[in-house]
Design a protein around this ligand. Structure first.
Ligand SMILES: Nc1ncnc2c1ncn2[C@@H]1O[C@H](COP(=O)(O)OP(=O)(O)OP(=O)(O)O)[C@@H](O)[C@H]1O
Ligand SMILES: [Mg+2]
Length: 319
């Protein structure tokens, strides 16, 4: 056995949907929400799972929790087939859906947690230690007696994360855990997740539309689109796949016509004595700089890395 903790082989989920067509007729058609995805996540990894709206991210996570049964392919989490042994799996996993709470709306957080404790039969000492830790690190002090419906979105999200962790799950699925949070809450949540993964070795699968989450937390990222895996690797490697460009910003002594004849780069913008040249992100800037320095009165220069957002939107748009 390898140390792979989550294994997907050719996983598929097809939804049959009926659309009204005219007054009486209905047309049936299929939505291939997940269309043959394979990957493996090792124990202790923290992986980003990203893609545009409707790509199939939430559907994948629902299959990983056993909420949805796959239409095809194979799936194992901690050696368990999620849809067949959902209850047994529940003891091993924690789930946070940012879009909706798993807490009891009318109960104070503390009562919700007490119910979670009974549901999972968490030993008292463990429960207290875990709760204390989450309350401290997620800044929940003073909120435990407040009914969930009175919490702000950011407070509720931190409350949800706590609920998902009280039973010491080996793996945590987070579906947009930072959606709608302010900068402070976001950084609290990120720091907490980073520490959790580092200190407890919890395996984390993170879905988000905020790429800063990924940049700060995940060495590995998977990009899906139309139910297919488009990329699986290091975040930095996305630049190569996305054929992204870096930008060389040069300041000349004076305003001049656009720089020409530089091999491997092209001038994309000028503004007074400042000019911008684009070149492939995978290429070295040095030969470009020396060509410019040879032919132009160069005063200063800097290199700008492509924004990861641009790289990804190019990927989404490209295929
Ligand atoms: N229960 C369902 N019945 C029919 N179609 C569904 C169902 N759930 C999801 N879909 C469809 O499956 C596709 C994937 O949806 P999914 O929710 O997995 O996307 P997502 O990647 O999570 O998107 P988002 O970023 O918007 O959350 C979409 O086309 C969606 O309309
Ligand atoms: Mg979703």
């Amino acid at each position: 056995m390898t140390d792979d903790f989550i294994v997907l082989e050719d996983l598929e989920k097809v939804f049959q949907v009926r659309r009204r067509k005219g007054r009486l007729r209905r047309e049936r058609h299929e939505v291939r929400a997940v269309d043959g995805i394979s990957f493996a996540v090792a124990r202790g990894e923290m992986v980003g799972y990203i893609g545009p709206n409707g790509a199939g991210k939430s559907t994948t996570i629902k299959m990983l929790t056993g909420i949805l049964t796959p239409s095809g392919g194979r799936l194992r989490v901690a050696g368990i087939d999620p849809s067949r042994e959902r209850t047994r799996l529940a003891r091993r996993i924690g789930v946070v859906f940012g879009q909706r709470t798993t807490l009891w709306w009318d109960l104070p957080l503390r009562d919700s947690y007490a119910l979670v404790r009974r549901m999972y039969r968490i030993p008292e000492a463990r429960y207290r230690a875990n709760l204390e830790r989450c309350v401290e690190l997620l800044d929940l002090g003073g909120l435990l007696e407040v009914p969930v419906r009175q919490l702000s979105l950011g407070q509720r999200m931190r409350g949800d994360i706590t609920a998902a962790l009280l039973h010491d799950p080996d793996v945590l699925y987070l579906d947009e855990p930072t959606i709608g949070l302010d900068v402070v809450s976001k950084s609290t949540v990120r720091r907490f997740l980073g520490d959790l993964n580092a200190a407890e070795g919890t395996t984390v699968l993170l879905t988000t539309h905020d790429l800063t989450d990924i940049e700060q937390l995940c060495k590995r990222v998977m990009v899906i689109d139309h139910g297919r895996l488009m990329y699986d690797g290091a975040l930095t490697g996305l630049h190569e796949v996305g054929e992204s460009e870096r930008t060389l910003v040069v300041d000349l002594e004076r305003e001049l016509p656009p720089i020409e004849g530089v091999e491997g780069a092209r001038t994309v913008r000028t503004e007074g004595p400042r000019q911008w040249l684009a070149f492939p992100a995978s290429a070295s800037a040095a030969p470009i700089v020396s060509q410019i320095a040879d032919g132009y009165p160069l005063v200063d220069l800097s290199v700008r890395e492509p924004a990861i957002e641009d790289v990804i939107s190019r990927m989404y748009g490209g295929k």
